[in-house]
Design a protein around this ligand. Structure first.
Ligand code: PGA
Length: 244
């Protein structure tokens, strides 16, 4: 794992977007798995700009949404799929055949997990995974205590996730379960970027980068990834002991 420090959120987002754009240029059929949320929002916007301005062929890109709130339709503005539809799918005119999202309204969620796992395996695994980090150290909906070998699964949401998750919705939203790609996929991904910005993320970044590796704090497994990259701004890195 390597930690990369940036002066601000814009610089961090620009680096992440450039890395992905270059990777798509080098491998047009790149398997990209991305988180939604406030942190990757600017990366998504900049990725669209870079792909379009540099005439990079993304017609064969294989795009996987990391997770979804169980029970929410993609039309809900706080849903993960809404995030991707508005920021990537529509601006890039991605085809349905190249996009993979959980149907969080399905009455067969285990089958949704199986379809996702099969689709990832059929493409040889994830090339690049870009994730954020929750205030409880979760990645996607891999909540504290999740086994690191797990693939796609349905998770009962941690109280912190239910509370912090309200920020995505205009009015109070009952949040109970999530469906998510698993930590086993993250460890198996060829390259992982974990992004964090702002002072509110400083303590979870310290635990991620310098804390013990434990299932109680899922993001700590980044330390086990040989091609794992933690991208932080000055504020998110403020509590790190090794501040180079
Ligand atoms: P955020 O979400 O990017 O909106 O802070 C991170 C997360 O909970 O995974």
């Amino acid at each position: 794992m390597k930690t990369h420090r940036f002066k601000n959120y814009e610089a961090l987002s620009d680096f992440a977007a450039a890395e992905i754009a270059i990777a798509i240029k080098e491998k047009p059929s790149l398997v990209l798995c991305m988180a939604s949320g406030h942190t990757p929002a600017r990366t998504a916007e900049l990725l669209v700009t870079k792909l379009q301005q540099n005439n990079i062929d993304y017609s064969r890109l294989q795009f996987f949404g990391l997770d979804e709130w169980v029970g929410l339709p993609p039309t809900n503005e706080g849903s993960c799929q809404y995030f991707f539809n508005t920021r990537l799918v529509k601006p890039l005119s991605l085809q349905a055949s190249q996009c993979f999202f959980f149907d969080a309204l399905s009455n067969n969620l285990p089958n949704e997990c199986k379809k996702m796992d099969d689709a990832i395996a059929a493409r040889g695994g994830i090339d690049i995974m870009l994730v954020g980090i929750g205030m409880n150290g979760h990645i996607g909906f891999n909540e504290p205590g999740t086994p690191t070998t797990i693939t796609s699964h349905v998770a009962a949401l941690d109280d912190i996730t239910k509370e912090v998750g309200q920020k995505y919705f205009a009015s109070p939203m009952p949040l109970d379960k999530g469906i998510t790609i698993g930590l086993g996929h993250l460890l198996g991904a060829k390259k992982v970027f974990l992004l964090a910005n702002g002072s509110k993320k400083a303590s979870v970044i310290k635990q991620t980068v310098e804390g013990v590796i434990t299932e109680k704090f899922p993001a700590s497994i980044m330390q086990r990834h040989a091609n794992g990259h933690v991208l932080i701004d000055e504020e998110a890195g403020a509590l790190l002991t090794h501040r180079k």
